[in-house]
Design a protein. Structure first.
Length: 191
């Protein structure tokens, strides 16, 4: 990868610092965050490398990376950081910033899961696991993925065919109405 640096080299790092409250410039690339990352073997850029890309003003590389979407947000990286940088918060900030800029998540299954989860909660006020799983599998093109385990779970009462709902749905509607993230998702569905 070729890097092109300019006079605004700190612009992206400053933006991430402002949004996350984390001091990106304090990262000295010790690698402890990456060494403890439980999903490290599945990501294309380690947390250490992503932090360095932020420092080098590589906005597009960071916002298009799969790493923030595969992050389990377990905070192991944050706990291991000798500079007390909340790396998990930085990953969350990258996801939020990418969403605000209209970029689709680099990992489609993550986007599908988030959408199915939020749609279920918006409709019922709580998670309807059976419906969410069906929606998620359909969006991923694997409609029968969990078909073999569903009957046993239904018989044992672990799953229900019908969703349970909450009492005060109006309050829930207000929460979603005030969420800019959900508004952005609704606009993208319409286009």
């Amino acid at each position: 990868m070729q890097l092109k640096l300019d006079n605004n080299v700190n612009q992206f790092a400053n933006e991430i610092e402002h949004l996350s409250g984390c001091s990106i410039s304090d990262c000295y690339q010790c690698g402890k965050c990456s060494a403890g990352c439980p999903v490290g073997e599945f990501v294309e850029e380690s947390p250490t490398r992503l932090m360095r890309l932020i420092q080098l003003n590589q906005r597009q590389a960071v916002l298009n990376s799969k790493t923030p979407y595969l992050c389990a947000t377990c905070t192991t990286c944050s706990e291991r950081c000798p500079m007390k940088i909340d790396v998990a918060k930085v990953m969350e900030t990258i996801r939020i910033l990418a969403c605000k800029e209209g970029l689709r998540p680099a990992v489609k299954a993550v986007s599908n899961f988030s959408g199915a989860f939020l749609d279920s909660v918006k409709s019922n006020g709580r998670l309807f696991e059976f419906g969410m799983t069906v929606t998620f599998n359909l969006k991923n093109g694997t409609p029968f993925k969990n078909a073999t385990i569903a009957p046993a779970m239904l018989l044992k009462g672990k799953l229900s065919f019908l969703p349970q709902s909450i009492k005060n749905k109006e309050r829930l509607k207000n929460i979603f109405a005030n969420s800019s993230y959900f508004e952005d998702r609704e606009e993208k569905k319409e286009h």
